[in-house]
Write a protein of this length. Structure first.
Length: 199
């Protein structure tokens, strides 16, 4: 199968996986139910993803890909760290409060096995957090921020940026933030971070 055709088919399968996930939850979702929804064969799903865990890991990884790629690309440049955070913030908020992230988090909360939560952690937070740490360490090297513990500094930034927005989205108490709301929230988080971590 040609690469463009395969990518298009994978997108259809992954969209179908979200539909089934929202309807049945993680434990109630099977590879065969996703295959039926996507009008694909079980063989195709198993060949491409291995198993259900592999498929959902692919969903989480794809959902986090834009943020991961943005950070990796910016870290290869000489862009100052606070400028990186300024462009990152809205993207990270979009990732964490978007409909697909909400669906994955709702399913993870209902998954008694903890398998989907572990996948979310590994392919999401555990991938992005170390890159964010590099950005904040660059800010320290550039004398833009001052802190002793880089992990605490990253956690502070995420608290300021995200707060309770993700959990409020998951429980249905917050509509998806608009692009302007994400930009405003990102700018506010950066102002507060500078205020708290500037000598």
């Amino acid at each position: 199968m040609r690469e463009d055709k395969r990518s298009q088919r994978q997108a259809q399968i992954e969209t179908a996986a979200y539909v089934v996930l929202e309807a049945k939850g993680y434990e109630g979702t099977s590879m065969s139910s996703i295959a039926r929804q996507a009008r694909a064969s079980n063989e195709t799903l198993y060949n491409w993803y291995g198993d259900k865990k592999g498929l959902f890991q692919a969903l989480v990884t794809r959902n986090a890909a834009e943020v991961k790629e943005h950070l990796e690309e910016e870290l290869r440049t000489r862009t100052d760290a606070l400028s990186i955070l300024a462009t990152l913030g809205p993207k990270l908020l979009d990732l964490l409060t978007g409909d697909r992230a909400v669906a994955l988090n709702r399913a993870a909360a209902a998954d008694g096995s903890g398998e989907l939560g572990a996948t979310l952690g590994q392919a999401g937070r555990e991938t992005v957090f170390p890159l964010l740490e590099k950005v904040l360490l660059r800010a320290k090297e550039e004398d833009l921020l001052s802190f002793e513990d880089s992990i605490e500094a990253v956690s502070l930034y995420l608290d300021l940026l995200i707060g309770d927005q993700q959990i409020r989205r998951v429980i249905g108490r917050l509509p998806q933030p608009t692009p302007q709301a994400r930009a405003d929230r990102s700018a506010r988080a950066l102002r507060m971070l500078r205020r708290l971590l500037t000598k």
